[in-house]
Design a protein around this ligand. Structure first.
Ligand code: AMP
Ligand code: GLY
Length: 432
């Protein structure tokens, strides 16, 4: 099948800001017949037909639903269903789905596997070893010295990585995993690695398994507080483009990361389609890979998709059909910034239930958009129902203009205990 120009029915799996941004972007396409989302959230429910997620019986119910609705393409947002084999299940049922198969998704669901692949492919990354026993892990940690990094092998909702400033902190993290199974099965092994200094950037790329097409760069802000202080979170904001990602960096990542990665996967007979995300540390010795994600990043996607000029239905279709080589991505030269508004107590113990006010005021503005993450409808109100609550994205002629707009819009929205960073984008200003 080639690009027919036919209108498509698309199902999006997930219910966060990333999925809202995907739905919002799909809705701009004249080729969209209908968009569905499961489980969605209060904001997505205004832009898509939502229904509760039911992943029981190995996705059998979801597959039935997709068949009954005559869905053309399903897009998987989060990592957990990918790690659980949703792509394999849909493919076995002859349904088209955007995302990597379970074997490929191990690049994200096992940090030890990702490291093994990187080493085999010669991809630049931090020096590391994987352990199942405390004693040798401690010995290796001592040989590296502090600071160093301890990572739970499996998925841990963004909480599995400890950047240890002292050996004592590293020891605690090692024991929390290997002795106390802090993240259940995900803690059965730890990857211990050298600390890399530098600035971080995310480079996401679409791939249909034949060609790799990088998206515009972005920079996430993982720490909870301004100036990168406080605990790691899923991401408190992002901007795109990231000026630190020059054309040279982009080229280097393509040649030294993406191409060898896909060569290595091919050697192992592992097919990959969907989005590959390289989390990078830009060190004085060049870009090094911190992690791979097998999906769109969140909040990066909330900053990246508003800059994409292509029709997203075309791109999703091309990835699923293996015709991505026919497409060239174009991006508005403007800048975008996404500021995440989080619930009181995030990330440890987010409090639910606060009423969100002021949303309509931002909806009136065409330079800004509010993507919902942890929101739910309660009577006539929209209330907080998760840790990251909203992502407010603004586009501007340049980064300072986008920053200006985004913070003006953020100021219009309020809920009890709201927390957001006031410095999203500031790091990049010094580079302009
Ligand atoms: P990851 O999930 O592996 O990307 O790790 C989460 C965060 O921990 C990264 O975004 C970095 O801020 C930090 N981190 C991970 N690995 C390293 C490393 N080797 N050196 C310094 N910081 C790291
Ligand atoms: N923003 C980081 C992630 O999506 O994992």
């Amino acid at each position: 099948m080639t690009q027919s120009g036919e209108r498509r029915k698309i199902l999006v799996i997930g219910g966060g800001g990333r999925e809202h941004a995907i739905v919002w972007k799909l809705r701009q396409s004249p080729r969209l017949r209908e968009v569905y989302c499961t489980p969605g959230n209060a904001g997505i429910a205004r832009d898509a037909v939502v229904f509760p997620a039911d992943f029981s019986n190995n996705f059998a119910r979801l597959i039935d639903r997709a068949k009954n609705l005559r869905i053309d393409y399903t897009i998987v947002g989060p990592e957990v269903p990918l790690a659980d084999g949703i792509v394999d299940a849909f493919t076995a049922a002859s349904l088209q789905i955007f995302g990597p198969c379970q074997a490929a998704a191990r690049l994200e669901s096992s940090k030890a596997f990702a490291k093994e692949v990187m080493i085999a492919a010669g991809i630049p990354t931090a020096q590391s070893e994987t352990f199942e026993e405390v004693a040798p892990a401690l010995e290796y940690a001592r040989s590296l010295g502090a600071p160093l990094v301890v990572k739970a092998d499996g998925l841990a909702a963004g909480k599995g990585v400890v950047v240890a400033q002292t050996l004592a902190q590293a020891e605690t993290a090692i024991r929390q995993n290997l002795e106390h199974y802090q993240f259940g099965e995900s803690s059965a092994r730890v990857v211990i690695e050298e600390f890399l200094a530098g600035e971080e950037a995310s480079i996401l790329a679409f791939t249909d398994g034949n060609v790799i097409v990088p998206m515009a760069s972005a920079q996430d802000h993982k720490q909870l507080h301004d100036n990168d202080l406080g605990p790691n979170t899923g991401g408190m904001g992002a901007y795109s483009p990231a000026p630190i990602v020059t054309d040279d960096v982009m080229q280097e990542v393509r040649e030294r990361v993406f191409l060898p990665l896909f060569e290595e996967l091919q050697k192992r007979d592992i097919d990959y389609k969907g989005v590959i995300y390289a989390g990078l540390m830009l060190t004085t010795g060049g870009p090094k890979v911190l992690e791979f994600n097998c999906r769109f990043g969140d909040p990066e996607t909330q900053a990246i998709l508003p800059r994409l000029e292509n029709d997203l239905v075309d791109i999703i279709e091309a990835v699923c059909e293996g015709t991505l080589h026919l497409h060239h991505l174009t991006w508005t030269p403007e800048s975008s910034i996404c500021v995440v508004m989080a619930a009181k107590g995030y990330p440890e113990n987010p409090e639910k239930g606060a009423i969100i006010e002021g949303l309509e005021e931002v909806q009136a503005n065409d330079r800004a958009v509010v993507f919902h993450s942890g929101t739910a409808e309660q009577g006539a109100n929209i209330v907080v129902s998760g840790g990251r609550v909203l992502g407010v994205t603004a586009i501007g002629k340049n980064l300072p203009r986008a920053m200006d707009t985004v913070y003006k819009e953020v100021a219009k929205i309020h809920f009890d205990g709201v927390h957001f960073r006031r410095d999203i984008g500031r790091k990049a200003l010094g580079r302009l």
